[in-house]
Design a protein around this ligand. Structure first.
Ligand code: HEM
Length: 453
């Protein structure tokens, strides 16, 4: 009798694992990261700076250090290698940063019609022959690889380059989410390719940089960040549409203004940045004798800021951004960063391209999912794509086969989550430890550096 009870209890624990284990493991991972990295940072919003002063502190001229002086930077540099010291996001202010930022602005200043045509072409090609269950991030990555290549080189992307770029971006984002270790050989292959291809770049590259530095700059901004961010953003919007079928129907039938509301709400609820950090270069007085001292590490928490000030903030509701509501600039909504402190240079291009990409998918497919949708999207967005009947875009077959597919997707997703949370704990702990050991950022600034990797 006792044995039977034990067996029943063990079975109950095992069956309930998907419900409680992933959350506990994520919490444990956070604890381990803090133990290894130290508690150096000031969260904003937090005890010291409330939501009401989030924008003020983020925009403060003293909140301008990007990498130097934060242990956290070693981890970002580790994930963004090779060439994190040339990544625009992590360059300190100065001549080199200005040269790089100018080049990025030039490459991204593309007429709207061209952005739309290029996106349509790249996404259509990626969708060719696709149907059934896909991982949205994987599906979109080759499209954004081709898109970025054509922005930089001004000519269609050869398959070899597309594979190298997608391989690089996938490796970076997989490591960032602690779902896999970094594979420097995959990333280095792209660097070698870019070094050879530099003479074909259609734009003037930043002056004062060696050829290798120029290749690494392009790799960081255009073949890592651009591809990762656009793939993740598209996957998030499509996942939101797959989960909210009423919104999907309206978006498919509706005009672009509604789709823009869907995109804004998706980026509110699932901002691509969890935190962005800055190291203060001077004191930031907060009044009443309270000061954030120079050398502090401020961690701006996007999800927390995006939740504050919205009623029922966890609900997905594109209507928050409908005309008649508060203007978007007055809302706690900064998916592309703070205008006053190094915001995303693609803030104009990215939403345009995203809209066209989502429109292309909606035109061709019905979207459905039973997988979980979280901000970090470690499951890469499992989704069932059912081709729409071109003669009857509203008519989709909803037979038992479809229900079975969704049921198995749900089952698989929940159990994958259990396994993945353990993998993330182990690999994440290893990478945090390895990054502390290598001290890429710290060594770079202390000039005891060998090439940064
Ligand atoms: C939907 C897509 C995207 C979103 C939501 C996004 C979001 C952001 C955010 C929030 C920041 C500021 C982070 C901070 O304050 O530290 C940022 C910076 C940056 N983003 Fe994007 N991004 C997207 C697409 C792109 C694309 C397509 C590129 C192409 C090059 C790009 C390149 C950069 C760069 C280079 C920076 C650093 C800017 C600087 O420090 O000067 N992003 N992005």
């Amino acid at each position: 009798m006792l044995t039977a009870l034990w067996v029943a209890a063990a079975v109950a624990v095992v069956i309930s694992l998907p419900r409680w284990l992933p959350g506990r493991v994520v919490a444990l991972r956070g604890w381990v990261f803090t133990r290894i990295n130290g508690e150096e940072s000031i969260p904003v919003p937090g005890e010291l700076v409330g939501v009401d002063r989030f924008r003020e502190v983020y925009s403060h001229p003293a909140a301008s250090g990007r990498s130097k002086g934060a242990a956290l930077s070693d981890l970002f540099w580790y994930w963004l290698s090779p060439g994190p010291e040339m990544h625009q996001e992590h360059l300190e202010a100065g001549e080199r940063y200005e040269a790089v930022a100018l080049t990025t602005r030039r490459i991204l200043s593309v007429p709207r019609a061209r952005i739309e045509e290029l996106t349509r072409r790249c996404v259509t090609r990626a969708l060719e022959g696709t149907a059934g269950v896909v991982r949205l991030r994987d599906l979109m990555m080759p499209a954004w690889a081709e898109f970025s290549y054509e922005l930089v080189f001004g000519e269609p992307c050869p398959p070899r380059a597309r594979d190298l770029i997608a391989g690089n971006a996938d490796d970076v984002v997989t490591a960032l989410k602690c779902c896999g270790l970094r594979h420097m050989d995959r990333r280095d292959r792209l660097t070698v390719y870019l070094l050879e291809a530099l003479p074909r770049v259609r734009h003037e590259l930043p002056a004062g940089l060696t050829a290798r530095e120029q290749a690494l700059y392009l790799q960081g901004a255009f073949f890592n960040t651009a591809v990762v961010q656009m793939s993740e953003a598209t996957a998030h919007v499509l996942m939101a549409l797959a989960q909210h079928r009423d919104v999907q129907a309206r978006a498919r039938a509706g005009d672009d203004r509604y789709l823009d509301q869907v995109i804004s709400e998706t980026l509110r609820l699932y901002p691509l940045f969890g935190i962005a950090h800055r190291i203060t270069k001077g004191d930031i007085p907060l009044g009443d004798g309270v000061t954030i001292p120079a050398g502090s590490v401020l961690c701006f928490d996007y999800p927390a800021f995006h939740r504050a000030g919205f009623p029922d903030p966890d609900r997905f509701d594109p209507g928050r951004f409908a005309p008649g509501h508060a203007p978007i600039r007055e809302l706690n909504h900064i998916p592309f960063g703070m205008p006053g402190n190094r915001p995303c240079p693609a803030w104009r291009l990215a939403p345009l391209a995203l809209r066209v990409a989502v429109r292309e998918v909606l035109r061709a497919y019905d979207l459905d999912t039973a997988a979980s949708h979280t901000r970090s999207l470690p499951n890469r967005g499992p989704c069932l794509l059912t081709p729409l009947d071109p003669g009857d875009p509203a008519g989709v077959r909803r037979g038992p086969g479809r229900r079975l597919t969704l049921l198995s997707m749900r089952f698989r997703d929940r159990w994958e989550d259990v396994w993945r949370s353990l993998v993330q704990l182990v690999l994440g702990t290893y990478m945090v430890w390895d990054a502390r050991r290598l001290r890429l950022c710290e060594r770079h600034f202390s000039h005891d550096a060998h090439p940064v990797r």
